[in-house]
Design a protein. Structure first.
Length: 276
């Protein structure tokens, strides 16, 4: 698939090196002044969360220096525009006295999702899950291979492939990755696992960042060769009780049985069933 040569080179390559000011004399260069109330966020854009403190700092800068860099917009209707790039500036501008914002319309031959992703990657790091979901969206939308997408966004193919794998990560571990408590190496080793697969001590160590990637990989291998009889016993016990169970044991014969319930009603039912 042919890749647009304008992509992956930064926003300046898309717009040219324009000396942008906030006056209508710039309109002959393609610059528009759009009323702020006619500009709306694109719900499909990669970034979902914004740091309020940094938005506040940007607002103070805009109050002092003005908004000297335009937004990039796509016209939605006669009277409304969607943000392709510049949502942080748009959010910050809402905390100022600006009534109109300088903007450029995205050329029709460019993909808004690609430009939005590039802008987010280059300006401020996306959360791992936001970046991965954006890559997946472009792959499904444009039928890109990982190699083609790497040229589009200026990232290595291995980076894209590894990041896409975390979409299979349990939400609990994905939150740990997004918050920086575990690394990508930890995340890859945790794919296919759930918090219930670990005892409380091991889970607390994972949450506190005290577990090595090597430990998780070793633990994963052990779990993959778990005795078939033990797996069957867990299944039989779960079917008998009506609740998920987990059986663990050590070489000396010691072990434990864990029974999982979701609420107090299930707890009372389980206790009653065990007593009888």
């Amino acid at each position: 698939m042919a890749v647009n040569k304008k992509l992956g080179k930064g926003l300046s390559s898309l717009l040219g090196d324009k000396n942008i000011t906030q006056d209508k004399s710039s309109e002959d260069k393609g610059l528009l002044l759009i009323p702020i109330e006619k500009i709306f966020r694109d719900e499909t854009q990669p970034r979902k969360e914004f740091d309020k403190d940094r938005i506040g700092e940007l607002a103070q800068s805009i109050k002092k220096n003005g908004l000297i860099q335009p937004l990039i917009l796509r016209q939605k209707s006669l009277d409304s525009y969607l943000i392709v790039a510049g949502e942080r500036r748009w959010r910050a501008a809402q905390n100022t006295d600006l009534k109109v914002l300088p903007a450029l319309l995205l050329p029709e031959d460019l993909d808004k999702d690609e430009i939005s992703l590039i802008e987010n990657i280059q300006r401020e790091n996306l959360k791992a899950s936001e970046e991965a979901k954006a890559y997946q969206r472009l792959i499904e939308k444009n039928k890109y291979t990982h190699e083609t997408l790497s040229k589009v966004v200026g990232k290595s193919r291995s980076h894209i492939t590894n990041l896409l794998r975390i979409l299979d990560l349990d939400d609990f571990f994905l939150d740990l990755l997004n918050s920086g408590k575990i690394s990508m190496g930890h995340a890859r080793a945790l794919i296919g696992k759930k918090p219930n697969d670990f005892d409380d001590q091991a889970l607390n160590q994972i949450v506190s960042g005290k577990v090595s990637v090597r430990y998780l990989e070793k633990n994963k291998r052990k779990q993959s060769i778990q005795e078939p009889n033990l797996i069957q016993e867990e299944t039989n016990l779960s079917n008998t009780l009506g609740f998920k169970t987990k059986i663990t044991y050590s070489k000396n014969g010691k072990g434990n049985i864990k029974i999982y319930y979701d609420n107090l009603e299930q707890y009372n039912f389980l206790i009653s069933k065990l007593k009888n």
